[in-house]
Write a protein that binds this ligand. Structure first.
Ligand code: PEP
Length: 260
C-alpha cells in the first residue's frame, strides 16, 4: 500500500521541513505501526533538499510534483529529471489535473515526461481522471482510457513495475467530496484491465493504482479496502501529520484484515 502526499504549492520551507520532521519522528516512535505501508511525500521543488534531510533515515520516499521532459537547456523556471535524481527523488507526479488545467498540459506532453522519468530511473505517478461534466455526460471511462493511452504510448514497463497510476476524478480533488468506494473501484478495475492488456497481467498486478480526491482518515478505509485500490494520492490531508498518518493507519487496518 502506497500512501503518497502531494503538498502542492503549500507551506514555506521551514514549515515543510517541520512537517517532514514530525512525520519522521512519528514513524520512528511507532516503527511497527506502519510496517506494510510505503510512504512518499511530494513537496514543492524548493523544499526537496530540506525535506529529504529532515526525513533522514525515515522510511519515506521523496518525489516531485512535475518536471520538464528535457535534460537541460533554456527552459526558464523548469526543473529536470537529473536535477531531481541528484537530490534523492525517487518519484515524480505527472499529468496532475491542475497541470492539465492551468498549464494546458496535453497527453502528449505527459507521455514525453513519462519517458524522460523512466530514462532517469524516476518512477512516474501518472494522474488520470474525468471532470464532472465528462462524468455526467457518461464519458468518464472513455476519458480515462484516452488519458492512459496518451500518457503510456510507446512506454514499456518491465517486471519491476516502476510505474504508478493515480485515478483522481477532478470533481473530487479539493472539494471534500470523494468518489464512493464502489465508483472508484469501477475505474480502478478498468485501469487494471487496461494495464494488463498493455503490459501483461503480472506487470499490471504490480503497478500500484492510487486513488486521489478528498481522501481523509474518515473515508480512507472504504476506499483502500477495494481490491484494485493500492493506496492514496493525498492533497490537503497530507499537510498535517495527524491526517496523513491517520490515513496510513487505515491502510494498515485494511492490510491486517486481508491477512486474517
Ligand atoms: C490531489 O490534488 O492530488 C488531491 C488528491 O487533492 P485532495 O486530497 O486535496 O483532494
Amino acid at each position: 500500500m502506497l500512501i503518497a502526499g502531494n503538498w502542492k504549492m503549500n507551506t514555506d520551507v521551514p514549515e515543510g521541513r517541520t512537517l517532514a520532521q514530525v512525520i519522521a519522528d512519528r514513524l520512528s516512535t511507532q516503527p511497527q505501526a506502519f510496517d506494510d505501508v510505503d510512504f512518499l511525500v511530494c513537496p514543492p521543488f524548493v523544499h526537496l533538499p530540506a525535506v529529504r534531510d529532515a526525513l533522514d533515515d525515515a522510511p519515506v520516499a521523496v518525489g516531485a510534483q512535475d518536471m520538464h521532459a528535457q535534460d537541460e537547456g533554456a527552459y526558464t523556471g523548469d526543473v529536470s529529471a537529473p536535477m531531481l535524481t541528484s537530490i534523492g527523488c525517487d518519484y515524480v507526479i505527472l499529468g496532475h489535473s491542475e497541470r492539465r488545467k492551468y498549464y494546458d498540459e496535453t497527453d502528449a506532453a505527459v507521455n514525453a515526461k513519462v519517458k524522460q522519468a523512466k530514462r532517469h530511473g524516476l518512477i512516474p505517478i501518472v494522474c488520470v481522471g474525468e471532470t464532472l461534466e465528462q462524468r455526467q455526460a457518461g464519458n468518464a471511462e472513455a476519458v480515462v482510457r484516452a488519458q492512459v493511452d496518451g500518457a503510456l504510448a510507446d512506454v514499456s514497463v518491465g517486471e519491476s513495475g516502476a510505474l504508478v497510476v493515480a485515478y483522481e476524478p477532478v470533481w473530487a480533488i479539493g472539494t471534500g467530496e470523494s468518489a464512493a468506494p464502489e465508483q472508484a473501484q469501477e475505474m480502478h478495475g478498468l485501469l487494471r484491465r487496461d494495464l494488463a492488456e498493455r503490459f501483461g497481467a503480472s506487470v499490471a498486478d504490480g503497478v500500484p493504482l492510487l486513488y486521489g480526491g478528498s481522501m481523509k482518515p474518515h473515508n480512507a478505509y472504504g476506499l483502500l479496502s477495494q481490491p484494485d485500490i493500492d493506496g492514496g494520492l493525498i492533497g490537503s490531508a497530507s499537510l498535517a501529520a495527524d491526517s496523513f498518518l491517520g490515513i496510513a493507519e487505515k491502510a494498515m487496518d485494511v492490510l491486517e484484515e486481508e491477512t486474517t
